[in-house]
Design a protein around this ligand. Structure first.
Ligand code: MN
Length: 374
């Protein structure tokens, strides 16, 4: 099995534990998200500005062939942007869209001033990470408790060199993504050519979704995992349905870690509504909803064969692969096996489109991946 390469539309950096204490005044730093793991490593507690919640730690899917035990070994490069390149080379991962890890919880902060200061701190640190390699596209954290703060930080981040911004699938506060209040944010993202990255599982945790727990008891793990996919689809659909892409035709969105089979399905569903329920549709759009979904919206998946078919059989060209490196629930340790299982029987143009070209279209100018080995 020769090595084949793929860009990743879903990766993460791991922030150092002292990030906030070194970048912010102590009284603010202590209120920023932090994780404390139980001694047995099974659970962690996330503390966010006076709130806390517990979650079970994800485990590695790799099993030691000798003992049958889970191999929960961290990727050697998970804390170091230089070592990380060695991991990526070994795995066959080329360029990456890099989200935060602990910073993902920033969107559960409720104090706008704290979120604005924390976002700036994360971004000032993450841009240095990005500078280590042209293969890293780090996402800027956006303080979404106040739209003017959000737009201002997008402009500042673009000035620093960010090409992508991480948004939660549901914004904190009262105004959802279909509210006109967000117009200055869309304008700032458009003006700077910043790609929006919605990472799934980022509903603010004070929402009724309570940290992604929709179901308890029998079947809960499967059902809750299924639910995590919908937030990203809803976020993208809100932008389509409210005409954001009519006003900003060049604005691009990627939904990360939520699978990618849903694109054609949502496109058909929205088109049917647009046609069959036309009298109720406001605002009217310049094109069919599917045209925006097929042009402005991208999605990354890790393992699902059906996502490949969304591109190959259903014509959604914006399907990207994603590793979720270095998270245990991703493909670290078995990326080559996964890529071969997904793509060995896919015709070369489509295979290359999903692994390489769709991502390069989102981020023009990134270096070319090495040639695949035969
Ligand atoms: Mn991820």
């Amino acid at each position: 099995m020769g090595k084949i390469w793929a860009n990743s539309g879903d990766s993460h950096l791991v922030e150092p534990a002292d990030l906030f204490s070194t970048m912010m005044p102590a009284e603010l730093a202590t209120r920023m998200p932090r994780s404390v793991k139980d001694p047995d490593g099974q659970w962690e507690t996330i503390y966010i500005d006076g709130d806390e919640f517990r979650r079970r730690m994800p485990r590695s899917s790799l099993v030691d062939p000798e003992t049958g035990q889970s191999m929960d070994e961290k990727a050697p490069g998970s804390n170091d942007p230089h070592l990380r390149l060695k991991d990526l080379d070994a795995e066959g991962i080329w360029a990456e869209l890099v989200y935060p890890s602990i910073g993902i919880w920033a969107h559960s902060i409720r104090d706008p001033k704290l979120l604005a200061a924390g976002s700036a701190a994360i971004n000032n640190w993450a841009i240095e990470y990005q500078k280590v390699s042209a293969r890293y596209i780090c996402t800027a954290t956006v303080p979404t408790l106040d739209v003017d703060d959000a737009a201002a930080e997008v402009l500042r981040a673009a000035g620093l060199g960010f090409r992508a911004a991480f948004l939660p699938v549901v914004p904190p506060g009262e105004k959802d993504w279909n509210d006109p209040v967000w117009e200055p944010l869309w304008r700032a993202l458009n003006e700077t050519g910043t790609v929006i990255g919605y990472h799934i599982g980022t509903e603010p945790h004070e929402a009724s979704t309570a940290n992604g727990v929709y179901y308890r008891g029998a079947g809960g793990a499967l059902l809750n995992y299924m639910e995590t996919t919908f937030g990203g689809q809803r976020a993208a659909a809100k932008m389509v349905a409210t005409g954001v892409f009519d006003r900003y035709p060049d604005l691009k969105v990627i939904v990360s870690e939520g699978g990618a089979t849903w694109g054609p399905f949502i496109a058909d569903r929205l088109d049917e509504a647009y046609r069959q329920h036309a009298s109720a549709v406001r605002p009217r759009l310049e094109k069919l909803p599917s045209e925006y979904l097929y042009t402005n919206v991208y999605a990354s998946f890790q393992h699902d064969r059906s996502a490949v078919q969304a591109c190959v059989a259903m014509g959604w060209n914006n399907v990207c692969w994603g590793s979720d490196y270095p998270h245990f629930e991703g493909t670290y340790g078995h990326t080559q096996k996964t890529l071969h299982e997904l793509f060995d029987d896919v015709e070369p143009v489509a295979s290359r489109r999903i692994r390489i070209d769709a991502f390069q279209e989102l981020f023009p100018g990134i270096p070319d991946a090495p040639a695949d080995e035969a």
